[in-house]
Design a protein around this ligand. Structure first.
Ligand SMILES: Cc1ncc(COP(=O)(O)O)c(C=O)c1O
Length: 369
């Protein structure tokens, strides 16, 4: 029996040795390996330019989980208060809130899987205690418009930290902090890494202080802090990644667009609005209209050697570590958990692989209808 080669759900590819070599040589020459050395400084400057921020508006960080925790503290979230966040997210968002001394308070999302200011306003009225922070999430990398969140922060006096971890492509920085991941699985990856950014350089400076032992200009710890710095080696990968970014993005986009074309006439399976058109991320998720189709579709994809992943599981409120935290009714989260499937998506996915995935999906959905 011939078994088809499995199509993995993800297959990250970071810049190759030749692209890294000039940057590694610079590290060898400078003998500066971490502590916001020259490569980190250059990475921050280039990222700031890309996101239209002042040079001091970006701070590199060891990973987005640490970045979110530090950002919550830097934004002034008071330990012991509640952090409103969606259950429809990755566990890192929740861990970061807990690590910052906050109690996660799970709210529902809209039909696209997004926490909105309207949902948060309702959550604030129903909160079982004092709320100290709000953390919207760029689900699957879809861009978050910071403007309504800036307005909500002004209206409520609460810090809003945007978890834009999967959102490098289209992330935007507002007056508050946004945190982006540079994990290997992200569209721009360095292995482990990330950055925090804000239009307010003072906030970014506080993230730097709190990710560097509380040091600023001397070796005296000025505030409670951690070590969340990014090494120069990771910064080298980030710089090489930025060099190849236009080609990298175009290659991802070609894969995403073929998915969109293949599934355009299949109303039973919807890709996120704008994905592959206005924005990109490395998660390709389809939402099935009929929850009853999910199991047969998963079986059919499995039989076609297509790997799938439930990226957010059944929602964070169902995880053992988070089950006791307060939450509101989560009907949309629960429906999304039953109907959203992560499909294979990677930079060098062949047309044949994309077509195999889409054909298996289509045939089973037609059979189920
Ligand atoms: C929504 C969300 N938040 C946070 C993270 C954590 O990022 P990192 O792996 O850089 O800590 C991720 C990573 O996938 C994520 O998807």
């Amino acid at each position: 029996m011939i078994t088809a080669k499995k199509i993995p759900v993800a297959k990250p590819r970071l810049p190759p040795l030749a692209a890294l070599a000039p940057y590694i040589e610079r590290i060898d020459g400078a003998r500066w390996y971490s502590n916001f050395g020259p490569l980190n400084q250059e990475l921050e400057t280039r990222l700031a330019a890309r996101f239209g921020l002042p040079a001091q508006g970006v701070v590199t960080i060891a990973n987005a989980t640490v970045g979110l925790s530090v950002a919550l503290r830097a934004a002034g979230a008071q330990a012991g208060t509640l952090c409103v966040l969606p259950s429809w997210t990755f566990s890192a968002s929740v861990h970061a809130a807990i690590d910052a001394g906050l109690t996660p308070f799970f709210a529902d999302v809209d039909a696209e899987g997004v926490l909105t200011p309207a949902i948060v306003r309702d959550a604030l009225k129903a909160a079982p205690g004092a709320v100290g922070a709000i953390m919207p999430v760029a689900v699957c990398g879809q861009p978050i418009d910071p403007a309504p969140w800036n307005a909500l922060a002004d209206e409520t006096g609460l810090p809003v930290v945007l978890d834009a971890a999967p959102g490098f492509d289209a992330a935007k920085a507002g007056q508050g902090l946004s945190v982006v991941s540079l994990h290997a699985t992200k569209i721009l990856g360095v292995g482990e890494g990330g950055f925090a950014m804000s239009a307010d350089p003072a906030l970014a400076a506080t993230v730097r202080l709190r990710s560097n032992f509380g040091f600023s200009g001397s070796r005296e710890a000025q505030v409670a802090a951690t070590n969340g710095k990014l090494s120069e080696y990771a910064a080298a990968i980030g710089l090489a990644g930025l060099d190849e970014w236009p080609a990298r993005r175009a290659a991802f986009q070609a894969v995403a667009q073929r998915y969109r074309r293949n599934l355009a006439d299949l109303p039973a399976a919807t890709l996120p609005g704008g994905w592959g058109q206005d924005w990109l991320s490395t998660t390709c998720v389809v939402r099935l209209e009929d929850p009853a189709a999910t199991m047969p579709v998963l079986d059919a994809l499995h039989a076609a050697s297509v790997e799938t992943r439930a990226w957010w599981g059944r929602g964070m409120h169902t995880h053992r570590a988070f089950a006791d935290y307060p939450r509101l009714a989560l009907p949309t989260t629960e429906r999304l958990a039953q109907t959203v499937l992560g499909l294979p998506f990677f930079i060098d996915m062949t047309n044949e692989e994309i077509d195999t995935v889409c054909t298996a999906l289509r045939e089973e959905l037609v059979r189920c209808s």
